[in-house]
Design a binder for this molecule. Structure first.
Ligand SMILES: [Zn+2]
Ligand SMILES: [Zn+2]
Length: 289
């Protein structure tokens, strides 16, 4: 699968997650975010154990209560991966295959359906977090083009008599517009493109000039390819020799497929976008705590 097709597929998956929370969830699509996996885990709170749905993204872990498995969730919670520490735990009489998720604000116990699931979840969360921290650190060292992180100051209408991109004179017919990214005064022809600008709105498209559009697009694609292939390499260690030239997108998918076969509660996304299967609830004695 080529990276552009992956970008579209990924976008579709994230939208499906968004809509499964119906009106109660926050928008989840942001530039560069990749959905890596989803599944059910048992979450223990002070009073009881409950199955919850978990979504592992490249930068956050999202979870929610299940109303109808695979279709309808509520009580969406989002934790930044940067804040997460995991602590492995032995089985207790209440929960098998459990571990602790620590964040600065709260900590809670979760459990998977079997030891392999538990191991896979823990490894993937840690791999995504480390990758995310690395990317965040690299970005602070100044990438070639940084999208504006605060709303750009708009150049006042009277400040330029001509389009600041193509230099055509503004007239009654050639109207002024503002690029939402750089704030420059531009004509309609030079600002046909639209892009998501995270600092303005998480998903709405904004008018951008052709210069900003090209840069933002390039930036976003680089970010997504980079994340995808690199995380693939991190997650797929041990399969790298297969084709003699490192982890390719294809053997990463093969690896993902192999991960989904024997699973019950845990499911890593297949490239064909299978909807999450309905999973069996854990045995009743685990639910009683
Ligand atoms: Zn122009
Ligand atoms: Zn611009």
């Amino acid at each position: 699968m080529d990276p552009l097709a992956f970008t579209r597929l990924n976008h579709g998956r994230i939208q499906a997650v968004e809509s499964s929370f119906r009106m109660s969830g926050k928008p989840l699509a942001t530039p560069g975010r990749v959905l890596f996996g989803e599944g059910q885990l048992l979450k223990r709170s002070r009073r009881r154990c409950q199955p919850k749905v978990f979504f592992l993204f490249s930068d956050v872990l999202v979870y929610g209560s299940i109303i109808v498995a695979g279709r309808w969730y509520k009580n969406q919670k989002t934790i930044s991966l940067a804040d997460i520490q995991l602590e492995d735990l032995e089985d207790s009489i209440w929960m098998e295959n459990q571990w602790l998720i620590r964040t600065p604000r709260k900590s809670f116990y979760v459990a998977a359906g079997c030891p392999e699931e538990k191991q896979a979840w823990m490894e993937h969360i840690v791999a995504c977090r480390d990758r995310w921290l690395q990317t965040a650190a690299a970005c602070q060292n100044g990438p070639a083009f940084t999208p504006f992180t605060f709303a750009a100051t708009w150049i006042p209408d009277g400040a330029s008599a001509m389009c600041m991109r193509c230099c055509n004179k503004f007239t009654a017919m050639l109207r002024r517009h503002h690029c939402r990214n750089c704030g420059f005064l531009v004509c309609a022809a030079c600002s046909k493109q639209r892009a998501v600008l995270r600092h303005i709105h998480p998903i709405d498209l904004q008018r951008v000039c052709r210069l900003c559009s090209g840069r933002l697009l390039q930036e976003q694609q680089q970010e997504e390819e980079h994340l995808y292939v690199d995380v693939a390499a991190v997650l797929g260690e041990g399969e790298q020799e297969e084709e003699g030239k490192g982890m390719t997108l294809r053997n990463f998918h093969g690896w993902l497929n192999s991960q989904t076969q024997p699973r019950s509660h845990f499911m890593y996304l297949k490239p064909e976008q299978l909807p999450p299967r309905k999973t069996k609830l854990p045995p009743q004695d685990i639910l009683l705590s």
